[in-house]
Design a protein around this ligand. Structure first.
Ligand code: ZN
Length: 191
């Protein structure tokens, strides 16, 4: 089945069918991408891990949130449009993905500044995705960082992620605690 056949947003599809259709769609869109880490993991591992963390650690099983987590980097990092996501997965998922999508027309520094500034104003469901994304990225910064990243660059990323987590705080206690756990571990390892 191609991504375009994934009619997961159609009424009546089971939760499992919707989640798997989102995984197929996202895997297809990210098919030529690898994570920046030294292990060059296929990109799709990342959004799947973000979604899995939300349900396993956060105890959240709202299907729209889990689907939006699987799709969270498709608009930002691939040619996917909001209209395509809406067609396949509906307006609720689309709004969530857009909430956690950076504006690619801005510089990296500007995007990072705005991401911090906007974190506390995200909807509760978008905060779950944003925080789980940072949990996974902090873990990668500890155990699978890009080979070009100096120790200082890794430290700077952890400081940035902490700012985002502070903005998302108070929305889901287990995910807040998980962020503190992975950040503490990463700081101990990186020094
Ligand atoms: Zn991400």
């Amino acid at each position: 089945m191609s991504a375009d056949d994934a009619q997961s947003g159609s009424k009546g599809a089971s939760t499992a069918a919707q989640l798997l259709a989102a995984a197929i769609f996202s895997a297809d869109r990210h098919r030529d991408q690898r994570r920046k880490g030294v292990r060059e993991t296929p990109y799709i591992n990342h959004p799947l891990e973000v979604s899995e963390r939300i349900v396993r650690v956060g105890g959240v099983d709202e299907v729209e949130v889990l689907i939006a987590a699987i799709l969270h980097d498709t608009i930002e990092d691939t040619e996917t449009t909001a209209a395509e996501i809406e067609r396949h997965f509906g307006p609720t998922v689309t709004a969530l993905v857009l909430e956690v999508t950076d504006d690619r027309s801005l510089t990296w520094m500007e995007r990072k500044r705005l991401e911090i500034e906007h974190a506390s104003g995200l909807s509760p469901r978008a905060k779950l995705i944003k925080l789980a994304d940072k949990i996974c990225n902090v873990e990668d910064t500890e155990s699978n960082p890009p080979s070009s990243w100096s120790r200082q660059r890794r430290r700077d990323y952890l400081d940035f992620a902490e700012q985002i987590a502070l903005g998302c705080r108070g929305n889901n206690a287990p995910l807040d605690a998980e962020f503190v756990r992975v950040l503490t571990s990463a700081r101990a390892k990186i020094g």
